[in-house]
Design a binder for this molecule. Sequence first.
Ligand code: ZN
Ligand code: ZN
Length: 588
Amino acid sequence: MSKIKVMSENMANMIAAGEVIEKCASVVKELVENAIDADAKIIKVNLEDGGIKKIQVIDNGIGMDKEDAVLSFSRHATSKIYKADDLFFIETLGFRGEALASIASVSEVELETCNGIEGTYVHIKGGEILETRSGEERVGTTITITNLFFNTPARLKYLKSEATELNNCLQFIERLALSKPNIAFQLTNNDKLLLKTSGTNNLLKTIHEIYGLNTSSNMLEIKAFSDDFEISGYVAKPSVLKKNRLHMHTFVNGRIVRNNELNKAINDAYNTYKHEGFYPVVVINIFVDSTLVDVNIHPTKQDIKMSKIDKLTDLIYRTIKDTLYKNLLIPDAITPEEKESNFTFKEESKENYKPYNHSFSEPSVAIKDIPVEIEQQQLNIGYEELEEQVNEEFKQLKLYPVGQVHKTYIIAQDEGNMYILDQHAAHERINYEMITQKFKEAEVFVTDMLIPLIFELNAADYKIFMERKDILTELGFKIEDYGINTIAIKGHPTWLKSGFEEESIRTIVDLVIASDKQFEKAKFLDSMAKMVSCKMSVKANEDLSFIEMEQLLNDLVKCDNPYNCCHGRPSIMKYSAYDLEKMFRRVL
Ligand code: ZN
Ligand code: ZN
């Protein structure tokens, strides 16, 4: 064999490595996916300095014989070693035939593998085999990568800090563990255990092992299907929120996928249940006929393209929304004693590695838990069959005002319970539901204004406003062109509360102009309903009469979601008679 051929092959490997191995997590991903392909049920990842110094993956998979062990480092190691279990992501797997060769070309690799018959040890540095000999006879594979990018210093510079590299690895293994609850994963860094899952094939247990008790005990199961899609998994109650999108996990046919459209559907389903800028913890498995999936995207990206994606996003949106709606309960004012999670190491890692330090500080109020058995059996039906149930009970309640505290909170009672309401949040919810209802009604009632409101806009804003003004006209706003870049509003729908018309209309005009370029009517109407209902509602520090309080209580119980304002803040909390007895130790 000519030496030239060997050299050019190694050069190709190094170039490929530069393209696809961007960070330590890319190496971890390759090695762990190899372990999964080898049917491993236990996979341990040991890092040193976040993987910069050392990456080791130990699995209990089927292992390799000597021939395959050496072949796995050559550039076109194909299906002999890498098996494609489905056609989905076949191109990624095609790339993966070259991945180990690429990694070996820019690092030092020690491979110890055994298929139950013979043990093999291979030592490679910079793509050059230094040693091959018989090795230990433990069935499975141990692969250790050190000195990453030692011969390509330009690439070495691209590695981030130890904390960032580690965090990427941790995030990847977390996602992978959630996508494969049947495999036990373990991750250590500098001998410190950061993640451990038990591989019992129970997704809720895996969620518990990764996120801890507070999250896992607040997850709701979802299950639904349509002609082309089947979805299942867990979504968090709105009491468990994070400050970034990283905890919305979607898997398509078992593969990790990050897709903006799916994330948007999930996030939209939580509208009015949470503050903007906070995101839920969600783990959703999506099953789809692989003919609908197209993976013409760079192998290191985890995105996909799918036909009928709007059908899928609709299914996800409706299923989550229904699930949240059916599980709404008045928050219990008494926080149950925090039970310690078994996985305290997770807390440490949160401290050390910043992106994980973002969990929304838990409200001092815990949403009352639904017994787990009920949750499990509840949603085992297609979404078309879902029906309203829980809230009907609440709508029958009759609450009586007791009084107002600090001109901000209302105390109320019924036979069994005491309630505390935030008067603004409660009123805002009532107005929000009233306005969104008005949006749907065909008949529009208009109040003419005695003095029209005149807006002088700049040319750009004027143009935008005129393009979008039909939305307002449909709602019952009378708008007239009033000369150069000027508009006059001469009438408004009757539901705008008197005394607040001018302020509301100014807000609405601003909102029409300010909405971003991809103007979506539904989104605009929702923002408008939120802003106007906030403006129209009683504020904190406002006196309320008994009659006003009574009206507010009556209106609130009739709401579809009486428990939050439209921005996700709680509006009502409950102390049961038992809670009170416990507080005053009438019972033990
Ligand atoms: Zn408000
Ligand atoms: Zn609000």
